[in-house]
Every structure is written in structure tokens, then in C-alpha cells.
Design a protein around this ligand. Structure first.
Ligand code: PMP
Length: 414
């Protein structure tokens, strides 16, 4: 669970928070919805939903190229969101914040673009707990450029073997791409330490902050991260939008991986001059409403405070861990000393999909499957897990509802 801070985090009024999420107040299959699939995507507070309808009702126009008032307002709102993200991540300048479709596109962009600067034999180091989106792009790059993919192992608790990680680093390591918080285990990696070790051999580091960004401060300058990727929908924002942070010195050297409108200064049939950052990497009309929604989501998260969100989620996680341990036949997968918001488990010999189906009939929404981390499933010798994952609006009562539904699953399927 998250490290304790010097000053205790303020206590959140979770009932008031829940009231801000219209979707939570409904029945499914005649039961009150208990939404515990937050690692897959989080629900959206009213302010995020309204920021987008406000944009479509008043300001909708294409950005950057227009002289008319609506286009200026749309551009201002879009660029204001970039400034918010810059502040949220403590980046040095707005130009280092590139909007993407999400974490997946951010990693693919680095693989395609930074990958162009790499040569055959250069090594890329990831860990055994990566999401498929932080595995497959590096395999594709290996095919294209002859780079070599190395994988740092994890232990039986689902923690990175830091000594093995360090042994795999060498002057051949050009890039380390590592998850800050695992989506299937909940493990939080000692990211500052890993970045320092990677830098010591001259490697650049990409941090997958898809899960961590909603409850841990990701300060790109304090961490000295080279690239950070995240998805808006995991931080209470809309789907289809994400962020790729990159240090200017790197982004300036990297070729654009997509050509089109907005990423150019001038085009003739003979020659194209690329636009400056960040536009060099934002070809075409972006998801303007989505970016504005992401800005609203960051405002919302900051109004609650990441420390307070983490403290609340940690309390529910501790309670949930204790309660699940009391259920006969239940095995928690992912027991790292430092973890957050994820309870992955198997229940005897019952297939997780069957567990998930019974839970759904009880109104409890969890995710079952490999969670896009098949190597993690292989490591623990299971085909799939059931995963309950927390957000700030979850309560101990949600955990109680989960446990009642699990007893029902044992009764029906056991
Ligand atoms: N990395 C991690 C750790 C994730 O949890 C996810 C989403 N489950 C991704 C990457 C991919 O994010 P997206 O699908 O939003 O691109």
C-alpha cells in the first residue's frame, strides 16, 4: 500500500463523492450496482461529463487553424488542458505534453519514433508484470530493427526482482519500459530507484503510469522520467484520450511517426518541414472534447487530492484483503508489500468467468480474465483471475457486497 506521508491526508466525504457519479446510482439485475472494475476504466464525475457537453453545445470547432471565435475558444480550451496536464505531471513545459488516444498509443509512439533511433543489438528491458501494450510494441520493434527484448523477473508475491533487473542492465540497454503499478497484481514498483539504475547505464526510461496516475503523484522532474504514458479514462476522464510526456531533448531528436495536418509548418511535393513540439506529434484533428474532459478530470482529482484518494483506497484495500482472506478456497494473486487498489484472486477450482457471471447477477461488477497480462498468469500458473479493483468512490460496504456475492458463487458453483 502507498507509503505514508508526513502529514495525514484529509479525510474524504465519500458519500458526497459518490453523489457526483450519476452512473453509480442504478440497479443491475434488480440489485444496486457495486462497481469494482476500476482498473479497466473509472466512472466519470458530473463535472467531466458536463465539460464535454458544454464544449459541444458552445465551442465546437476545429482547433489551431481557425480565426473565428469558436475555433479560438476551442483552441484555448484544448491548450488549457495541456497546461493542466503539464502542471499535474510537473513537466517543464507544455510542449513536452503530447495528446494520444491512450497509454497504448503512447507506448507505440515511442516504439515507432524513438525506436527509429535504435539499432540492431540494442536492448530494451521490461518486466514480467507488463501489460500487453508494453510488450507487443517492443516485439514489433525487435522485428523491424533487430533490437533485443529482455525481461526482468518477478517473485511469488508479484514484486519485481530488483537485483535481477539491475543485472540485466548494461551499456547495451538503450531503453527501459516499466509499469509504475501493475493492473493485474496491484504491485507498485520502486520507480525512482529503477530510473536511477537505468540512467546509470545510459538508458532512457518510459514509465507506464496508466494505473498509478489516479492515486500516486507522478512528478516527471522529481523522478527524472524520460517518457511517461497514461490514459484519461483511468483517471476519471473520457475514453480515447491519453498523454505521452517526453523530455524535450528526446522529443526534438525523434522523427514524427504520423504525417498529416497540424504536424507541418510547410508542405510542397518536394519537401515537408515539420511543426514544432508538441504539434509535430499530433497529426490530424485530435479528440478535442476528450482532451477538454481530461483537463476537467485532472481538476476533479486535484480538488480531492491524490494523497486523500490514496489514503481512502488503501483503507478499503486493507479491509478487502482481510475479508477475502477469510473466504474458503480464495487465493489472492499479488501480495506485494507495496501495492494499491487491486484484489486479484482465484476461488478454488471455479473458473473466474463463472465467478464473474454469478457476481454480475448480484449487481457486483468485477473483471475476469488475463487482464492483458498473460505472462503474469503464466507466472502464477493460472489461466485467469477474478479482479476487484478500487476507485475513490468505493467503500467498505462495496467489499462486504463482494464477499456476500462470493459466498453465493461458492454456493452455486462450488
Ligand atoms: N498499461 C496498464 C498498466 C494498464 O492497466 C492499461 C489498461 N488496462 C494499459 C497499459 C493500456 O491502456 P489503454 O487501453 O487505455 O491504452
Amino acid at each position: 500500500m502507498s507509503a505514508t506521508t508526513a502529514t495525514p491526508a484529509k479525510r474524504l466525504d465519500v458519500d458526497a463523492i459518490r453523489a457526483e457519479f450519476p452512473i453509480l446510482h442504478q440497479q443491475v439485475h434488480g440489485k444496486p450496482l457495486v462497481y469494482l472494475d476500476n482498473a479497466a476504466t473509472k466512472q466519470k464525475p458530473r463535472s467531466v461529463i458536463e465539460s464535454q457537453s458544454h464544449y459541444y453545445e458552445r465551442d465546437n470547432a476545429n482547433i489551431h487553424r481557425g480565426v473565428h471565435l469558436l475555433s479560438c475558444r476551442a483552441t484555448d480550451a484544448y491548450e488549457a488542458a495541456r497546461a493542466r496536464v503539464r502542471k499535474f505531471l510537473n513537466a517543464a513545459e507544455d510542449a513536452e505534453i503530447l495528446f494520444t488516444r491512450g497509454t497504448t498509443e503512447g507506448i507505440n509512439r515511442v516504439a515507432r519514433s524513438y525506436g527509429e533511433l535504435l539499432s540492431a543489438g540494442d536492448e530494451i528491458l521490461i518486466s514480467h508484470m507488463e501489460h500487453h501494450s508494453n510488450i507487443v510494441p517492443w516485439q514489433m520493434l525487435a522485428k523491424r530493427k533487430g533490437t533485443v527484448l529482455k525481461v526482468a523477473p518477478i517473485d511469488d508475491a508479484g514484486q519485481l526482482d530488483v537485483a535481477a533487473f539491475e543485472r540485466l542492465l548494461s551499456p547495451k540497454t538503450k531503453l527501459v519500459s516499466i509499469v509504475h503499478q501493475s493492473n493485474s497484481l496491484g504491485t507498485i514498483n520502486p520507480i525512482a530507484e529503477l530510473i536511477a539504475k537505468a540512467h546509470a547505464v545510459g538508458a532512457v526510461v518510459l514509465v507506464d503510469a496508466a494505473q498509478s496516475c489516479s492515486h500516486l503523484k507522478v512528478d516527471v522532474r522529481a523522478l527524472d522520467a524520460d517518457f511517461v504514458v497514461l490514459s484519461s479514462h483511468k483517471i476519471y476522464g473520457p475514453t480515447g484520450v491519453g498523454v505521452l510526456y517526453g523530455k524535450r531533448a528526446l522529443l526534438d531528436r525523434m522523427p514524427p511517426d504520423e504525417g498529416g495536418g497540424d504536424m507541418i509548418l510547410s508542405v510542397t511535393f518536394e519537401k515537408t518541414i515539420y511543426n514544432k513540439l508538441p504539434h509535430k506529434f499530433e497529426a490530424g484533428t485530435p479528440n478535442i472534447a476528450g482532451v477538454i474532459g481530461l483537463g476537467a478530470a485532472i481538476d476533479w482529482v486535484e480538488s480531492k487530492g491524490l494523497d486523500a484518494i490514496a489514503a481512502h483506497e488503501d483503507d478499503v484495500l486493507r479491509y478487502g484483503t482481510q475479508k477475502l482472506t477469510e473466504i474458503p478456497g480464495l487465493r489472492i494473486i499479488g501480495t506485494a508489500a507495496h501495492k494499491a487498489s487491486v484484489l486479484s484472486f482465484t476461488l478454488g477450482d471455479i473458473h473466474p468467468h463463472d465467478v464473474g457471471t454469478v457476481l454480475d447477477m448480484e449487481g457486483v461488477a468485477i473483471r475476469t480474465g488475463h487482464h492483458c497480462t498473460q505472462p503474469v498468469m503464466d507466472r502464477f500458473g493460472v489461466p485467469a483471475t477474478a479482479r476487484a479493483s478500487l476507485a475513490v468512490y468505493n467503500t467498505r460496504a462495496d467489499v462486504d457486497a463482494l464477499c456476500v456475492a462470493l459466498h453465493k458463487a461458492i454456493e452455486v458453483l462450488g
